[in-house]
Design a protein. Structure first.
Length: 117
């Protein structure tokens, strides 16, 4: 199982980006998928998540600005980020959690998001 995050880049404050998490080797809808981020000097923090059942959750800092969604035919999860702020600058990671028999975590390589003020 591999998760590949993409879509990061440099954007001005107030702008938008859409991150993608593409899965291979599994059907992404059986996993709980989370987006984490880590800024320099900070701990990795949970940004948003979507369960296999489709329930979503968000960090307070991104509520109303970020939207997580899943595209089953494309076997991908997206993080739409609007109203970006400089404090959103971080490396964003896609995480998949298999919570069935023999639970396991999967991590993709990060994608850099830089918001200029």
């Amino acid at each position: 199982v591999q998760l590949q995050a993409s879509g990061g880049g440099l954007v001005q404050a107030g702008g938008s980006l859409r991150l993608s998490c593409a899965a291979s080797g599994t059907i992404i809808s059986i996993l709980d998928i989370n987006w984490y981020r880590q800024a320099p000097g900070n701990q990795r923090e949970l940004v948003a998540g979507i369960t296999s059942g489709g329930s979503t959750n968000y960090a307070d800092s991104v509520k109303g600005r970020f939207t997580i969604s899943r595209d089953d035919p494309k076997n991908a999860v997206y993080l739409q980020m609007n109203g970006l702020k400089s404090e959103d600058t971080a490396v964003y990671y896609c995480n998949g959690e298999w919570r069935g028999f023999l639970p396991k975590s999967y991590w993709g390589k990060g994608t850099q998001v830089t918001v200029s003020s």
